[in-house]
Design a protein around this ligand. Structure first.
Ligand code: PLP
Length: 478
């Protein structure tokens, strides 16, 4: 309910501070994928730039030539980075989802002109592609045809080829796909699309601002951008590894002609001629301005330096996972996104134990795994992660451990951890003792929930349950 009279500012701010007490604490490098942070200096600049353009509106570029220039320059900078050679066209959007929505819409509209026989447009996408494509299918009436991935979790070009029909207008690949952090064989996917004369979108939402620098650093990165013939559009998020303020992504097309299919205009409204490039009408000037500021502040050298730190940190996290017996990183991710699984323990239970120690990792399914998106904010967390991961694994096995008695603890802990760094062994065995006294009080156990979901015979029931939950988030507070 709207308060009958306004509240004092102090009271409001205090209420907001109190409200955030139970939010995840991302500043200490224990939260993954929700917050990308390049340090105080970058953050301060983004905030200042955002505030400077707090009131401006990107809806009408003629009113704000400043925002028009920022957007044009951001799109050009990112296009250049991704092999566009000055030929690409695009727009800034509110995020990866909107960029992907635009790519699918543009493909549908392109087909209306260039494939008039298609009544029911279809897109072929690997099972690992982001749900934003399914959202686009849901919104725009494009049929999503999912294909299985290979054993290494990358798209299977043969399966994609088999899924093509005369109605297919778009082939999708990811660089990398979010669940396992692996880059699809973009060159092969784009070639399939090119042979058919259809479009190919590369979802580089998470990788677009990282992979070019990872390659410059000397790590192997397969071609994934406009340098690959047949790639017709790319989505790149700036609010991920671009370290911009939230609400910033770019959708790029190989040519202006392709981008044309994305645009909207109506000339019949009594309110005047109305044109808008993307989903949003009003667009926050702050997000556009902050992205421009951060790109210019970091420059190539800044992103390269950060990517170097992130890749070294990623290696430390990978070592930590491999140091714990039974745990693996799935496949061989090209950059800093990965999934970890266990062939011995219930990985969701390990996730719960990590949550009890303040870590926030997404749970994944098919196969069960935990998800890590390493960025600059994690540069000091790897050692802590290793210790907590080892402890979490011991805790999950504590029932069998407790039978051994406390004398066997150092041996048992050593069996969980393959190679202990100096000093960690005594710390770990001391903590393992505390674990044996019986856990209890572990908040937010999701292992049971995921276990239950996996056993539901009807996935449709699950969908209804999830929709109920979504509705409840905006129920009025009781
Ligand atoms: C994050 C992400 C998206 C969606 O981006 P939002 O900004 O969350 O809308 C799409 N694809 C991939 C690969 C992503 O990592």
């Amino acid at each position: 309910m709207l308060p009958p009279t306004g509240l004092p500012k102090e009271q409001i701010l205090a209420a907001m501070q109190a409200a955030r007490q139970r939010d995840v604490d991302w500043q200490h490098g224990k939260v993954f994928s929700l917050v990308f942070d390049a340090g105080d200096e970058v953050n301060a600049l983004a905030k200042e730039a955002y505030t400077l353009f707090f009131s401006e509106n990107g809806l009408n570029p003629t009113a704000f030539p400043s925002l028009r220039r920022f957007e044009a320059e951001v799109v050009a900078m990112v296009g250049e980075l991704l092999g566009g050679q000055g030929q690409t066209a695009g727009n800034m959007t509110s995020g990866g989802t909107e960029s992907i929505l635009m790519a699918v819409l543009a493909a549908r509209e392109w087909a209306r002109v260039h494939r008039p026989h298609v009544r029911q447009p279809e897109m072929v996408l690997p099972r690992t592609a982001h749900p934003a494509f399914d959202k686009a299918a849901h919104y725009f009436g494009v049929k999503a045809v999912h294909t299985p991935v290979r054993e290494d979790f990358r798209a299977d070009p043969a399966a994609v080829r088999r899924a093509l029909t005369p109605n297919t207008v778009l082939v999708v690949g990811s660089a990398p796909a979010y669940p396992h952090g692996v880059v699809d064989p973009i060159a092969e996917l784009a070639q399939i699309a090119q042979e058919r004369g259809i479009l190919c979108h590369v979802d580089a939402c998470v990788g677009g601002m990282m992979l070019p620098f990872v390659r410059w650093l000397g790590y192997p990165v397969p071609p994934f951008d406009f340098s690959v013939p047949g790639v017709t559009s790319i989505s790149v998020d700036l609010h991920k590894y671009g370290y911009a303020a939230k609400g910033a992504s770019v959708i790029l097309y190989r040519s202006k002609a392709l981008r044309r299919h994305q645009l909207f205009a109506t000339t019949e409204w009594p309110g005047g001629i109305y044109a808008s490039p993307t989903m949003a009408g009003t667009r926050p000037g702050g997000a556009i301005a902050a992205a421009w500021a951060v790109l210019n502040f970091l420059g190539e050298a800044g992103y390269l330096r950060i990517a170097d730190v992130v890749m070294r940190t990623t290696q430390q996290f990978r070592d930590a996972v491999h140091a714990v017996a039974g745990l693996q990183v799935l496949s061989n991710p090209e950059m800093s996104v990965m999934a970890i699984a266990s062939d011995r323990d219930n990985i969701y239970e390990i996730g719960d134990e990590l949550a009890a120690r303040g870590w926030h990792l997404d749970r994944q399914q098919f196969p069960p795994s935990l998800h890590l998106t390493i960025n600059y904010v994690h540069r000091h967390s790897a050692q802590r992660f290793f210790l907590d991961l080892a402890e979490a694994t011991i805790a999950v096995r504590r029932l069998s451990l407790s039978k051994l008695g406390s004398r066997a603890l150092p041996v048992a802990a050593a069996a969980v951890v393959k190679a202990l760094p100096a000093g960690a062994a005594s710390w770990l065995t001391a903590r393992a003792g505390a674990l044996l006294k019986g856990g209890g009080g572990v908040p937010q156990r999701s292992a049971a929930m995921y276990g239950m979901m996996g056993s539901l015979p009807n996935r449709g029931d699950l969908r209804e349950l999830v929709l109920d939950l979504l509705e409840s988030f905006t129920d009025p507070p009781r």
